[in-house]
Structures are given as structure tokens and as C-alpha cells.
Design a protein around this ligand. Structure first.
Ligand code: ADP
Length: 489
């Protein structure tokens, strides 16, 4: 460790392997590790990045033993609440875990009670700042993620005007999913002493809401793909903040997420039937056969097996699936749908399986191992998202020689090259989130599938892509460096 290291505190509501609900968990679990690996502390461009997450009561999957290191006091109305900090120090990354009453609420990371979630995440956010002071570890950058940690960004902005400790600390806020603004958490912020930003450039309705406050006060904003960074400036994707975001456009960038290429590797994945590489792609078909067998579907390598791994949410366009699959029922295919979420979408998927019992399987669950079998054993992956800040499933699919069929939006458009572009193509894209366009895209894929040589070309090109974190880690570090050089506002 050297005093010249750039000090970054990375704060997030979830991180693998401790806890993962969605893509944020993947990113927070991988990016800080990749940064520390590529820019080791003590080296000429060293970055001393540390992760902080809440110590939820249901947290498991520790790769180390958390040790209690300090207690903090966080002011809430006229009381002070205790936050206990634990450290999980492993070779890859120091991880701080914060325990406290507001974090103990409920069994879910994100509950359906926005006020209680507001208390939980505001408490957590303020504790992250208090922790740096207690440790006398002065961060150059506080890197927050989504609405859950926006209160830390806003509090930093308010405090550094009069608190010398934070005088030179800058902030970066990454948007993984803009529409989750933290609405309903407003009074929780006030109770923790964070006032609304009246007479600010934010629209009136957003002046006490966590994510807008974070976006107002962050020194730099970024999204998880260059495409989404542009889209959020438009009415269609801007969640009512587009005009405000346009006013901050110079401070908004996009850096594509990566995937953990060791964790997602068909060569070594212990949860698939047969390991393979692009050189031994032929053995991939054994995965398909065994998978068909396990699902009690007809074992036939020539029948295209369509896969889907998703949260069942309107964002993901899963509701388009029943009408789309019905409209291609005259063609041979099988489908395996894995997902959970909105009860209506779950029910529709179940109805679909009942309607096509010999060819559709709908598994309404979050099932990490089954997801891997789908990436390795199905031929194509459906991703009809209405919006997609980055999306990981398409990158995982391509790494496993699975061909994505996706809506051309956000990170999907940035990572998939449509078949019409010939020799560089890696999948199939469609423009409008409608049954018609989705159907056309699947039909195109089914047509190409019957030409084994062309299909193999798509698979190999996808498998050759490098979506490892190293690229993104370097881009983040260059953004951090630029940010530290920016004059204080
Ligand atoms: P989002 O974060 O919006 O849900 P991403 O594509 O960024 O979408 O990330 C989804 C991650 O969650 C991927 O790692 C995917 O494999 C995983 N996933 C989603 N749904 C399921 C499920 N039902 N079972 C297992 N893994 C899932």
C-alpha cells in the first residue's frame, strides 16, 4: 500500500458472492476486484479500492470470516443509531459489512416498503461516509451505485463544504437502472438530516428523491453502457429527468460492464454436462441432448432449443413471449424459460407450458445452476428488453456459444452485432418491442439455424469476444483519474 494509491470507496446494496439479486450484484462483486488486480495498490498506478455492502441478516456465502472492527453512530431524528462494521479481508479485496437496526428490516434486500428501504439504505449510505472518517482513510473517490447509495453522494456534497476531511473527495454515481429512483424513500432521507434540494435544477417532484439527489450532486455520472448513457437523455428512457440530465450531459459517460470470465466459462463450468471451448464446440451438442433429456423434451439436436433466463418484469419484455411463441407454433422448436418476478408474467409462462406441453418448459424460480445449463445447452437466448442499461445475459450467452436474439436497446445494441452485418455478426436484433418484430427476429434466427455452417460462424464469433472486466476496469480507473483532476465545483 502506498500513500500515492488512488483511494476509492465502492458502495453498493449487493455484491457477489455475498448477495446477488441482479446485475448490480455481479458488477459490484467483480469490478472492484478487477480494478485491484489490474492496478494493485503500491504499484505506480495503484488503486486502493474497497467495497462496502450492508450486512443483511440473511447474508451468506462468505469467502472469509467477518471480523468486527469498529462501531459508528448515525444520527436519526433525535436518536443516534449504532452501526457495527465488520471487515472481510481476503487477498482479492477488503470488504466492509455494515450492520445496524435499519438493515435488519425484512428478509429481502429490496422489499415492497419503500420507506423502510429508504431507512435501510440511507443509514447504510451515511455509515459508509462515517466509516472513512473513523478509519481516517480519506477517499479520493466515493463510487456509489443506483438509488440505494445516492444518499452518500448527496451527503458528501453537503458536507464537504464545511468538513475538511472530505474537502478533496469526489464522487461518481453509476446508474444501473434509472427508473428505480427510490420514490417513497423521501421522508427517510429527511429523518436522517438530508434536506430536499429546493431551488435546484431538479424538477420539483424529484427534489427529495434519492437517485435524483445523487444525480444532482455527483461530480460525475456514468451508466453501464455508452448506448444507455445517450438514451437516458431522451423522453423515452429519461424517467422524467431527461431535461435535467441533458443539463448534466457533459458529466455523463458510459462504460460497458464486463463479465467474470472465470466464473462464466464453458471450459471449466462444473455445473454443465460437458465442458467445451470454441475449438471443441462439437461437444456442446451433448449438453443440449442431456438437457433435453432432463427436461423431458424430445432429444433431437436438429430441433432448435430456445432459452430465456430473466427477471420476469415488464422491463425485460417477457410479456411479449406468449404471443410471439404462439405466432411461430407452426415451426419446429423447443423452449426453456427460467425466471421469476411479476406473478402475472409467471402465470402466463406456466399457461404457455400447459398449452405446449411437448415443447415448452417454464421454470418459475431463481436457479443459478439451471441458468448455466440453459446458457450451455440451448441454442439461442431471447432478450426482448424494453430497456437494458447493459445486460449481462447476452454476454454470458455469447461466451457459451449461445446466440442472442435481442431488442436493439442500450447495452444490448452495444454488444450484439446483427446478422445482417455479415462477417462480424453475433446475433439477431430487432427495433420495436412488439410481437411482430420479435417474431420476425426469431424467424430469421430459425432460418439461419438450419444452415449449420452459418450458425457455427455466429457461435464462434460470439465466443471470441472479450467481455472480461479488464477492459472496463481500465476505463473506470481512467475516469477516476480524470475526476480527481477536475476542479472542485
Ligand atoms: P438484470 O440485472 O436487469 O436482472 P442482467 O442481464 O444485467 O439483468 O443480469 C441478470 C443476471 O441474473 C445474470 O447473471 C443472469 O444469469 C441472472 N439471472 C436472472 N434471472 C435468473 C434466474 N431466474 N435464475 C438464475 N439466474 C438468473
Amino acid at each position: 500500500m502506498s500513500s500515492k494509491d488512488l483511494k476509492v470507496l465502492y458502495i453498493a446494496a449487493e455484491a457477489t458472492p455475498f448477495i446477488k439479486i441482479g446485475g448490480l450484484g455481479d458488477v459490484a462483486g467483480s469490478l472492484p476486484i478487477a480494478i485491484r488486480r489490474e492496478f494493485p495498490p503500491g504499484s505506480p498506478n495503484g488503486v486502493d479500492i474497497r467495497l462496502v455492502i450492508p450486512y443483511y441478516p440473511h447474508l451468506d456465502n462468505f469467502s472469509c470470516t467477518p471480523k468486527h472492527i469498529v462501531d459508528l453512530k448515525i444520527q436519526h431524528q433525535d436518536k443516534s443509531l449504532k452501526a457495527s462494521v465488520f471487515l472481510c479481508e481476503n487477498k482479492q479485496l477488503p470488504v466492509y459489512l455494515i450492520k445496524g437496526d435499519p438493515i435488519n428490516f425484512g428478509k429481502q434486500v429490496y422489499s415492497s416498503e419503500p420507506y423502510k428501504d429508504g431507512l435501510k439504505f440511507t443509514f447504510f449510505s451515511l455509515a459508509t461516509l462515517a466509516l472513512t472518517k473513523k478509519l481516517n482513510w480519506r477517499p479520493d473517490i466515493i463510487h456509489g451505485n443506483d438509488w440505494h447509495t445516492s444518499a452518500a453522494i448527496y451527503a458528501l456534497f453537503l458536507r464537504r463544504k464545511h468538513d475538511v476531511f472530505f474537502r478533496n473527495t469526489k464522487s461518481l454515481l453509476t446508474i444501473h437502472n434509472l427508473p428505480y429512483l427510490g420514490i417513497g424513500a423521501e421522508s427517510a432521507l429527511r429523518e436522517f438530516g438530508l434536506p430536499p434540494a429546493v431551488s435546484s435544477p431538479l424538477p420539483n417532484w424529484a427534489q427529495s428523491t434519492p437517485l435524483p439527489l445523487g444525480l444532482l450532486s455527483a461530480d460525475q455520472i456514468n451508466t453501464v453502457s455508452p448506448g444507455y448513457a445517450k438514451e437516458i437523455l431522451t423522453k423515452e428512457y429519461g424517467s422524467g429527468l431527461e431535461k435535467f440530465l441533458q443539463s448534466r450531459a457533459k458529466s455523463i459517460t458510459g462504460i460497458l460492464n464486463g463479465i467474470d470470465t472465470n466464473f462464466w466459462n464453458p471450459k471449466t463450468d462444473p455445473n454443465i454436462y460437458v465442458n467445451y471451448t470454441k475449438e471443441t464446440l462439437r461437444s456442446r451438442s451433448l449438453n443440449k441432448a442431456k438437457f433435453q433429456e432432463s427436461l423431458n423434451l424430445k432429444i433431437d439436436k436438429n430441433i432448435p432449443l430456445i432459452g430465456m433466463v430473466t427477471r420476469m418484469d415488464y422491463q425485460k419484455g417477457v410479456d411479449l413471449l406468449p404471443s410471439t411463441l404462439r405466432s411461430i407454433s407452426n415451426r419446429p422448436w423447443q423452449a426453456i424459460i427460467l425466471g421469476s418476478g411479476d406473478p402475472k408474467i409467471e402465470e402466463d409462462a406456466q399457461i404457455l407450458e400447459n398449452e405446449f406441453p411437448s415443447r415448452i418448459r417454464a421454470i418459475i424460480q431463481y436457479h443459478a445452476i439451471l441458468a448455466r445449463k440453459i446458457y450451455a445447452g440451448s441454442d439461442m437466448l431471447l432478450i426482448p428488453s424494453r430497456y437494458e442499461p447493459c445486460g449481462l445475459t447476452q454476454m454470458i450467452a455469447m461466451r457459451y456459444g449461445n446466440v442472442p436474439i435481442a431488442r436493439a436497446t442500450g447495452g444490448l445494441r452495444d454488444t450484439i452485432i446483427d446478422y445482417s452485418l455479415g462477417k462480424r455478426s453475433t446475433g439477431f436484433l430487432f427495433d420495436e418491442p412488439s410481437t411482430e418484430e420479435f417474431t420476425k427476429a426469431i424467424r430469421r434466427a430459425l432460418d439461419v439455424y438450419s444452415d449449420k455452417r452459418k450458425w457455427r460462424g455466429l457461435q464462434i464469433r460470439g465466443m471470441k469476444l472479450d467481455h472480461s472486466w479488464e477492459n472496463s476496469a481500465a476505463k473506470y480507473v481512467s475516469l477516476y483519474t480524470k475526476l480527481t483532476r477536475k476542479p472542485m465545483p
